[in-house]
Design a binder for this molecule. Sequence first.
Ligand code: DGL
Length: 280
Amino acid sequence: MPIGIFDSGVGGLTVYRALHNRLPNERFIYLGDTARVPYGTKSLATVERYAIENAEFLAARGIKLLVVACNTASALALPKIRARIGIDVVGVIGPGARKAVEITKFEANPRVAVIATEATVASSAYADSIRQASEKTEVVQTACPLFVPLAEENWTHEPETFSIAEKYLRNIVEFAPQALVLGCTHYPILREVIQQTVGERVTLIDSGEACAEETERLLAVKNLANPQKITGERRLCDDLDHFYVTDAAERFARVAERFLGAKPAKLEAVEIFGVDKLEN
Ligand code: DGL
């Protein structure tokens, strides 16, 4: 069975890439909720509803494990998703937070900064998860909403991007953290701008990478890894992986090509029917 992944849109492709690179023997089904993106500015109730609908859509297609690639959905809706579907669920918050604690654990005064969407910052999910793993770690969080459209436009080295990054990250530079969590699916695309702005001494943590490591561990512990070797060379977006979007498939394909260097071989536009709609 494949592993299911969902995100509010295209950003989760960075998490798909991390999973695909680490687990070349697995197949993936990806759902990008492009009709309802962004989640980062929406309320708890709305994000929970969308997240449950996405999880149920993937569960109905037969998956052995669900990865919630969207940081906002992970921060706000993980307990509700877990309660609703009877399969193991991996989010991005816990793995990213634990990685930050691991990297800073030998510091006399560990300091971790988190950048994320407005909803993720307001939920305090990263800060809570970091403090749960290490009480002595100081945490500062900042929302960087404009990073999402900049990443989608592929403005990865433009002067405007640098000046926006300087403004957003000023308080983080003053805080001088040892580690900075990229707590939004899109931020790894802007990695170089972010690294240059905060300085080389700050370790950037891609929560997608951390999530892929945790997924690998969970597959082993639960004995869920594919026992048969997939023969031949695996490529990102090859025809073993299936992509679904809720709108604008053409745009998704273009952005996927920019992010991953390839368009999905199998891409379908679908409508996600709400649970309420189905019941009525
Ligand atoms: N995928 C979202 C996240 O990681 C970013 C885009 C959005 O706001 O939906 O939080």
